[in-house]
Design a protein around this ligand. Structure first.
Ligand SMILES: NC(=O)c1ccc[n+]([C@@H]2O[C@H](COP(=O)([O-])OP(=O)(O)OC[C@H]3O[C@@H](n4cnc5c(N)ncnc54)[C@H](OP(=O)(O)O)[C@@H]3O)[C@@H](O)[C@H]2O)c1
Length: 432
């Protein structure tokens, strides 16, 4: 390719992702030179601690103490924000950079989920890129696949395993039969889970990514606050075992779909059939499945985090900018993005898995079935176990499709019954 003036980068954040971006740009220099109309050149970098060794050479790059100052330098064309955090320095930097007419590349899903609309407006106003392939599912090129590849489709749904920590925990529980707390502790030792794991296991990380995907898929503003979020803390080894016996595995999914009540965006652990491709996405891997009216069903999987894959996604965005390929942030002009309404969960329908612990009393199972039936909840499969040491009877069942409101009403009535020895457990089932 013809070599023009370099595309000058200012990189803020030199941690797992930032350090890998610097390393990749150095070691893949030849490939990138061939694929870019303009060579990529790191002019300046910024992080908190100038004395910390980064494991990469920073020679020829100016160290900048205040990351936000990168936004105001005349010798920088693209600010690469790899600090993280929804607000604070990261947001100040991105906003200032776009206002100053610079392109922004970021991996920051938390910031985009909260401020994506405002930043997209700014980018468009200045005709600059706000690129974020790395923010969703690390190295998996889902943003481009959905935004560009499926541009001619009306998208019906987007579903993803978007958090490697949760997928590792659930996969390990299924393989070993170990309880949640033990597997979480092991994941922390292996570095797959943070010391404070709530952000991952309570579903917030998945929700950030789903917000971004839903914006692209359905043309709505990122609206993190309108997502319903459940995590995986309450999943027990017995649920994982029962799911397997019933022909399912449990995954934490982010699910955005068009239904009768509008666009629903939800994060929840659910059962998926063992025969579905998504059930075989194991360990720290991520996968996203979407379907459109012309493209049909598409699934891509790969490494959703880690320095290498995430740096690869950052670099892909830089190649686009160097070649003058600027996309609208969420696939259509920001002014055209509709406001995402909070969804009405009660209006949705689905299949369900239920776990009950019943006192051993004559007719208890029949009474339970009668309550479910009264509310229009029909049982599809039922497994009764003789495994409780207390003499109580565990019961696992799946239902045919029914309204969520009916399911909740049935559960409320069952919970008031003296047959129950413990609160019931409800999980959705997603068929692929
Ligand atoms: N890690 C992944 O696998 C992954 C995957 C996808 C997306 N992401 C996203 O990528 C971003 C970075 O993640 P990471 O894992 O690389 O984080 P990290 O390892 O914690 O690195 C953060 C970097 O930001 C720097 N920093 C923190 N506060 C700063 C400030 N006020 N001014 C300047 N620099 C500051 C830190 O400096 P010091 O090094 O000096 O402390 C560090 O270099 C986040 O938005 C994250 O969500 C990460």
């Amino acid at each position: 390719m013809m070599t023009e003036s370099p595309l000058r980068l200012g990189i803020a954040g030199l941690g797992t992702v930032g350090g890998s971006v610097v390393e990749l740009l150095q070691s893949q220099k030849e490939i990138l030179r061939q694929r870019c109309a303009r060579p990529l050149e790191i002019r300046a970098v910024s992080a908190r601690d100038a004395r910390r060794s980064r494991g990469v050479s920073l020679q020829g790059m100016e160290w900048v103490e205040d990351a936000v100052a990168l936004a105001h330098r005349d010798d920088i064309d693209v600010v690469v924000e790899l600090i993280g955090g929804a607000d604070g320095v990261a947001f100040d930097l991105c906003r200032s950079a776009l206002e100053a007419g610079k392109h922004v590349v970021t991996a920051n899903k938390a910031m985009l989920a909260r401020h994506g609309f405002e930043l997209a407006q700014l980018a468009e106003h200045r005709n600059r890129a706000l690129a974020f392939e790395a923010a969703v599912a690390g190295g998996i090129p889902i943003v481009k696949a959905l935004r560009e590849g499926a541009a001619a489709n009306s998208v019906e749904s987007v579903t993803g395993i978007l958090n490697g920590t949760c997928n590792y925990i659930l996969t390990t529980m299924a393989k070993t039969g170990a309880p949640f707390a033990d597997v979480l502790a092991e994941a922390q030792q292996l570095g797959y889970a943070e010391a404070d794991p709530g952000f991952d296991i309570d579903g917030w990380d998945t929700a950030h990514k789903l917000t971004i995907l839903a914006s692209i898929a359905f043309g709505v503003r990122p609206a993190f606050q309108s997502i319903s979020v459940e995590g995986i803390r309450f999943i027990r080894a017995e649920d994982v075992r029962a799911a397997s016996e019933l022909g399912f595995t449990i995954k934490l999914l982010g699910v955005a779909r068009m239904d009768r009540s509008g666009i629903s965006q939800r994060v929840y652990p659910c059962l998926v059939p063992l025969r579905s491709p998504i059930s075989h996405v194991d360990g720290v891997h991520n996968a996203i499945e979407f379907s459109g009216d012309y493209i049909g069903q598409v699934m891509i999987q790969g490494r959703g985090a880690g320095g290498g894959p995430t740096a690869s996604a950052v670099a892909a965005d830089l190649v686009d900018i160097a070649n003058g390929r600027l996309s609208t942030t969420f696939g259509q002009p920001a002014t055209a993005l509709a406001e995402a309404r909070p969804m009405d969960g009660q209006a949705s329908e689905g299949h369900y898995y239920l776990r009950f612990l019943l006192h051993e009393q004559t007719g208890a199972v029949a009474r339970l079935a009668a309550v479910l039936s009264k509310h229009g909840v029909s049982i599809r499969t039922l497994v009764q176990k003789d495994e409780s040491q207390s003499g109580d009877v565990p019961l696992y069942l799946t239902t045919h499709r029914c309204a969520e409101s009916a399911m909740r009403a049935a559960l409320a009535e069952v919970q008031a019954s003296s047959d129950l020895a413990a609160p019931p457990m409800l999980l959705r089932i997603e068929y692929f």
